[in-house]
Design a protein around this ligand. Structure first.
Ligand code: ADP
Ligand code: MG
Ligand code: MG
Length: 478
């Protein structure tokens, strides 16, 4: 495998003295513009560190960036229909839910509300499709499509502005035109506001479901403050699922109440890992919300549609055809998929197991989890497969071809890092944000609303910023 390289946006390395000053100044810029995160090791509500970032924007091929932007509404349409196709979800998840307790519990909530009759037919999707460039072809391949607690529209938007600043500081005015405009924060927040308007009760609040401790606070607050900028009269509450257990109820006509306040929209920034729904109380809250009239972001069917198992099922031959009628759209979606394989107890599953054992470096092994840090890579794949291959456990995992993106060289700036920083080899992951509102019959809103780039050192397997692996970046188009 030959490693491809992307050029840097301006000549590097920078002069050491200039670099040192620039790093000090840009750290202040990002802190002063809210591009921050709370420390996991020295947590305090009173302090915010700057979030790791790339000193200079990493380059990304313009054509592939545009392709990712363009395909977003098709992906939104696809995933919205998948979320509303009960037979497909049932068939796809039937084995996984037997062994993956978390997905199984979500699935039970879905079954419960389907049996009872769905109270709120509309779903709000604030989504993000992630990509890496495939080195051999320099074309994008989809990593995953996220439907829950999609983050980085706030701080990522800030980094786009930062990259203008840094190129201006370095007097590369002619290069500014290669920084694509980014309105991710406004776009995502408008989605929340539109759902609130559709609900049609001007006194009703937007409820954000939060973790017990929020590290990625700036990104979340950006949405809150942007909402207030767009409409200062909209109420927003932040509650944990434990709070909802104590304070939440359903009114006679199934309105979600927190105390005496009606909730119009529930926006999850938590509840995507087992630890975030730890006991029966929190599962009770999850069900209470789903039973209510509030518009959920995501609804339970959207959450299930965002699982890795669904992603793998959609990559099977003929799987897209029931959802998309336009053959050009089908071809375009197929083109961004990389090899995805189920580990079911069938011939295809056995073949996938054998492929993984023969050449583990070619793959990533993924469970049904979100939030980073859950996948298995390299030689550990073999051990994991050997352990699970004769048990039902394997049906909870998928195997995905590993994407090997081209390498760029850059300066990553982290809290506590040395100044001047060392140049290092990096790889990037592009995310495109989308907003969807609709029900099983129609899609009322379908938009692409912005982007983000995350960059990590090339030797790291994972790149989540909130999870502590990667750094914020934004693309410089070439
Ligand atoms: P999560 O839902 O936890 O974010 P992802 O599927 O995005 O799960 O995987 C986490 C990270 O692992 C990605 O951000 C990326 O850095 C890496 N990764 C995932 N799939 C691949 C792949 N097929 N090839 C290379 N890296 C991958
Ligand atoms: Mg994810
Ligand atoms: Mg991811």
């Amino acid at each position: 495998m030959s490693v491809k390289r992307l050029p840097s946006c301006i000549p590097i390395p920078l002069d050491e003295k200039e670099l040192k000053e620039l790093v000090s100044k840009t750290k202040d810029w990002v802190v002063m513009h809210g591009i921050g995160i709370r420390s996991k090791t020295a947590f305090s509500e009173d302090s915010i560190n700057f979030a790791p970032y790339l000193l200079l924007p990493s380059t990304f091929p313009r054509k592939e960036f545009e392709r990712a932007v363009e395909i977003q509404t098709t992906l939104n349409e696809l995933m919205h229909r998948v979320a509303h196709n009960q037979e497909f979800l049932k068939e796809t998840l039937k084995d996984t839910i037997q062994v993956d307790e978390f997905t199984g519990s979500l699935y039970k909530i879905w079954e419960t509300v389907l049996n009872e009759g769905v109270t709120q037919k509309l779903s709000l999707g604030l989504v993000r499709s992630d990509y890496m460039l495939h080195s051999d072809t320099n074309k994008i391949k989809q990593v995953e499509y996220n439907t829950i607690s999609v983050s980085m529209a706030g701080v990522g938007n800030g980094i786009s502005l930062y990259n203008r600043f840094v190129l201006e500081e370095l007097e590369h005015f002619d290069k500014l035109q290669n920084l694509p405009e980014n309105n991710a924060l406004t776009g995502m927040t408008m989605g929340l506001l539109e759902a609130w308007k559709i609900y049609g009760d001007s006194k009703a609040a937007i409820l954000v479901i939060v973790e017990d401790v929020t590290y990625n606070i700036c990104d979340q607050r950006f949405h809150e403050f942007e909402l207030k900028r767009l409409n200062p009269r909209v109420k927003l509450m932040r509650k944990t699922l434990t709070d909802v257990h104590m304070e939440g109820s359903l009114s006679e006509n199934n309105e979600l109440m927190i105390g005496n306040t009606v909730v119009s929209v529930v926006y999850y920034r938590s509840a995507y890992t087992p630890e975030q729904i730890p006991t029966k109380k929190e599962w009770g809250s999850r069900l209470l919300i789903e039973r209510s009239q509030a518009i959920k972001c995501p609804s339970i069917q959207y959450h299930l549609a965002g699982t890795k198992k669904v992603q793998q099922a959609l990559a099977k031959p003929g799987a897209l055809e029931p959802f998309l009628s336009d053959p050009n759209k089908i071809a375009a979606v197929r083109d961004i998929f990389t090899g995805l394989f189920g580990l079911d107890f069938d011939e295809a599953g056995d073949q996938a197991i054998q492929m993984a054992l023969d050449d583990p470096e070619r793959f990533v092994l993924k469970p049904q989890r979100e939030g980073g840090g859950n996948n298995i890579y390299g030689s550990e794949i073999r051990d994991a497969i050997m352990q699970m291959k004769d048990t039902k456990e394997r049906t909870a995992w998928i195997l995905m071809e590993r994407i090997n993106p081209p390498i760029s060289t850059g300066y990553m700036i982290r809290p506590g890092g040395q100044n001047p920083p060392q140049l290092a080899e990096m790889i990037s992951e592009l995310g495109i944000f989308g907003v969807v509102i609709g029900d099983s019959q129609k899609i009322m809103v379908n938009r692409q609303v912005g982007h983000m780039l995350r960059t990590k050192v090339s030797t790291a397997d994972e790149g989540g910023v909130a999870a502590g692996y990667g750094a914020l970046d934004s693309p410089y188009l070439i």
